[in-house]
Design a protein around this ligand. Sequence first.
Ligand code: GLU
Length: 318
Amino acid sequence: MTDLSRIVATIAADMARAEDRGRVADYIPGLARVDPNQFGIAIVTADGETHCAGDADTLFSIQSISKVFALTIALGKVGDGLWRRVGREPSGTAFNSIVQLEHESGVPRNPFVNAGAIVVADVNLAGHQPRETIGELLQFLRHLAEDDSVVIDDKVAQSERATGFRNAALANYMKSFGNLEHAVELALGVYFHQCAIAMNCRQLAKAGRFLMLDGVHPGSGRHVVSAARARRINALMLTCGHYDASGDFAYRVGFPGKSGVGGGIMAIVPGRASIAVWSPGLNTRGNSQLGTIALARLADATGWSIFRPAADRSPDAP
Ligand code: GLU
């Protein structure tokens, strides 16, 4: 067993025994049914090794983690023009907050709060039917994960639509400021379906590889995005990827990461690893309770914090 396999196995065993597992999101009925006694972790390293433990092959709803991939597509379509419609500052507020939108004239703080992701969905709709926009995102994920089985969980999508009153409020509010080009229902339809994409830790860690490799997809050897763009997406994950707990996550873990209310977190160690953890119970800020603890443990055990001096990050260290 390599050092890294041992670290991953130990973390998974400890998380399986954890008593305080947080609370499963219950505001979307499709998520409330998930058994909280699950934990999975998958790490794909820059040299192509995969280390998995626990429930790494169990599908879960990726929810807000989809915002990273939708953002990547939107930047490919409109480039830096996106930043006229969405900011790139941490929000310091909850993922579904409407408060800042009024002060900031319908321009969401960043693409990872719900309002920002709805604008991104609107950008990705340009020239397409919602079905095509979602199809494009699914194809992108399948390509990145090298796995054609990635699909949407329709029950979760329906459940989001049936209960998404706050998201509808955010979308209508932005529409009133002229920051949505398409009909509110169309942008929301894309947003609800992208949140309902189901993946497992193994697939998600593979999908994140281009962000660890300066934009290159190791399967094809081609750039999915430029190196500069990959670094900027990582910067956004570090500063905005955990809503109003983004600072705390950077402090405790020290990796760019994006969480979702399904209990998943994708984290990137540039040049070193793409990681996915999942445990459905959330902490009070809406981020996976055990997922966050597991990543903090991994950072401590490996010394992978991006804030560690580069000279200390020897290629042989785990
Ligand atoms: N679909 C969820 C919502 O819009 C996503 C939130 C999240 O994962 O943080 O409420």
